[in-house]
Design a protein around this ligand. Structure first.
Ligand SMILES: [Zn+2]
Length: 329
């Protein structure tokens, strides 16, 4: 899965601009499912047909990024966040647009660093004038962080582990599933999760699933003076109990735990005090969908270098494979 996660993490795909990621995923998954299709918002569906009820498994394609709000007469570009991104994380960072245009971020003169906000930040793409800048970038264009993927022993570092690690796990599981399934499974690669779980809303409405699962990253409590949280890298995927978007359905959560125990897969229980996943949208679709979330522990979520553990990724894929191939209670 390493090269898959590399390709997916390095791909350009801020919220609303998921086309390149979708093309990459569709090419890789189509031979492993009965059919693929997209909807009006750009969600990608990869369906394995079987008996009802359908299990919807969702991972989001979009990543956090920025949008161009203004270009000044000297060609400097002003930005606003798309998704949860702190301005001070961008100072000195490179950003990349869809056409490959790259720029570096710096800030205006500040008396104190705490004055730094989005209005003080600018992007320099090396243009000498507004006209020169506008040949490459226009107001409304989106950029993502520009960071290469790196392997650090058993750990992966990349700009978009959230949630391309999840996308890679869905793809890997689609490859491994047996010819006969106890029920239909639809892998959904959703759009616009980072700006409000929007793709998952229409995807769940369309599929009307019997069960829902999101596969996404979660925060950890294992770094120096981290907020208190009982999740660490390398101790297995997390089975979510609660986040800001959902209280996991007890039957789903219990089934996930029982499945992990039966298969000897390590897991952690997750309570995330701030944040949500696609399952937050799926579980309130129509008349309600019993849902859960399989989380990949991740350090430095929503920074240019998100870190996950390779063993956690492998165990998450193993658990998701079991969840897709076993009859649910
Ligand atoms: Zn995410």
């Amino acid at each position: 899965m390493e090269s898959l996660i590399k390709d997916l993490s390095e791909a350009y795909g801020p919220s609303g601009e998921e086309t390149l990621v979708r093309t990459l995923l569709e090419d890789l998954i189509k031979e492993h499912v009965d059919r693929t299709f997209t909807d009006n918002l750009g969600n990608l569906f990869a369906l394995r047909e079987g008996p009802a009820p359908l299990l919807m498994v969702s991972a989001h394609m979009d990543e956090i990024g920025v949008i161009v709000t203004h270009i000044d007469e000297k060609g400097f570009i002003r930005l606003a966040p798309v998704g949860g991104l702190l301005p001070h994380l961008l100072v000195g960072q490179r950003l990349r647009f869809k056409d490959g245009t790259v720029g570096t971020v710096y800030h205006e003169k500040l008396k104190e660093i705490k004055e730094l906000d989005w209005s003080k930040l600018y992007l320099d793409i090396g243009a000498e004038s507004a006209a020169a800048a506008r040949k490459r970038v226009e107001v409304g264009d989106l950029a993502c962080l520009h960071q290469p993927f790196a392997v650090l022993g058993e750990r992966y570092l990349g700009k978009a582990m959230d949630d391309r690690a999840g996308c890679a796990i869905l793809l890997e599981v689609a490859r491994r599933l047996p010819p006969e399934l106890p029920r239909s499974v639809c892998f959904v690669f959703s759009v616009q999760e980072e700006v409000g779980l929007r793709g998952a809303i229409t995807a769940a409405y369309r599929l009307n699933p019997g069960y829902g699962l999101a596969v996404d990253v979660t925060r950890v409590g294992d770094t120096p003076e981290a907020p208190l949280m009982d999740i660490a890298l390398g101790k297995g995927p997390a089975i979510k109990v609660k986040d800001s978007s959902m209280i996991s359905h007890p039957r789903v959560r219990g089934f996930m735990i029982d499945t992990a125990v039966a298969a000897g897969i390590p897991y952690q229980l997750e309570v995330l005090e701030r944040g949500g996943t696609d399952a937050g949208a799926i579980h309130v679709s129509r008349e309600g969908v019993p849902s859960g979330t399989l989380s990949i522990p991740c350090r430095y979520v929503h920074t240019p270098s998100e870190m996950v553990d390779a063993g956690d990724v492998r165990h998450a894929a193993a658990l998701l494979e079991k969840l897709c191939a076993t009859p649910w209670p």
